[in-house]
Design a protein around this ligand. Sequence first.
Ligand SMILES: NC(=O)c1ccc[n+]([C@@H]2O[C@H](COP(=O)([O-])OP(=O)(O)OC[C@H]3O[C@@H](n4cnc5c(N)ncnc54)[C@H](OP(=O)(O)O)[C@@H]3O)[C@@H](O)[C@H]2O)c1
Length: 322
Amino acid sequence: MAEKQIIAVVGATGAQGGGLARAILADRGGSFAVRAITRNPDSEKAQALRAAGAEVVRGDADDPSTLGRAFAGVHGAFLLTNFWEHLSPERELTQARNMAQAVKTAGVQHVIWSTLEDTRKWVPLEDNRMPTLMGKYKVPHFDAKGEADEIFRELGVPTTFLLTSFYWDNLIYFGSGPQRGPDGGLAITFPMDDKPLPSIAVEDIGKSAYGIFKRGREFVNKTVGIAGEHITGADMAAALTRALGQEVRYHSVSPEVYRSFGFPGADDLGNMFQFKRDFNDYFCGARNLEFSRSLNPQMQTFDQWLAKHKEEIPLPAETVGR
Ligand SMILES: NC(=O)c1ccc[n+]([C@@H]2O[C@H](COP(=O)([O-])OP(=O)(O)OC[C@H]3O[C@@H](n4cnc5c(N)ncnc54)[C@H](OP(=O)(O)O)[C@@H]3O)[C@@H](O)[C@H]2O)c1
């Protein structure tokens, strides 16, 4: 059998990259092998990847001196930055530049950059319908990723720009799950009115990235968007009600109210949802469902994701009447 081509996966110990690493490892007869890039090759997750058959190599997107070895000899690379670890768009940009330069130097044939829109192309800074944040962003964790697209283009890196979607896993890990209202009932809260939210099981982002690598050069220098469903808050609440066996309502608030919730990143997320609501036709159109399923035929629906994960969604305890 021909030797397998190596795909270096940044974020292999995390959600998006983990899905890709598992997809490659599961396809034993396939033509790719995984190199998991991590800052900590001794972590439990890195060791589990090694045990499952991945090569594990130390690499830190903050430290260019580690990246030559990380990308040496690989055919492809999946690259991401993790805004939520540091909340700094500037640091995301620096990390993206470090990785783009390293894959260019290493002569990597196909890079997938996990990106999002630079919303300032739709809502310039002087547009006051949403506040400017950190001096020069509208949606900092989107804008820096979109801005970084240009770094890959300028360096001439053969890149597929992968527009991802809101993870349903946020209901488990990111505080987006049902909360109790003043009446004690459960509700999910988004500032989306009745507009559909492109969303996805995070595992399916990695599987879709694998589909892109398998299709060779077809999507090089192209932007592709993926989602499992375009689902309204009301339909999400109805699906949660069915899955959990207790009523979950959809509480639609204004972006202003959402921004004022005060948790770290609330203003960034309030602007993000406002962008998704106000440019909904564009946003959904960029994440075509049929196309997404063509990359990943196992793409889950929200109901299917719930059937697997409903027990993991933390539910606040019932308040006992005083
Ligand atoms: N939540 C959502 O709905 C959503 C939707 C679309 C996009 N996103 C974006 O997804 C990104 C996070 O991805 P995720 O959810 O897969 O993250 P995650 O599960 O929190 O894992 C983060 C991964 O990034 C790696 N990493 C972080 N800093 C690194 C560095 N300096 N060098 C090398 N590797 C580094 C970590 O590896 P080690 O710790 O092993 O080094 C880890 O594998 C965020 O930027 C977010 O904006 C999120």
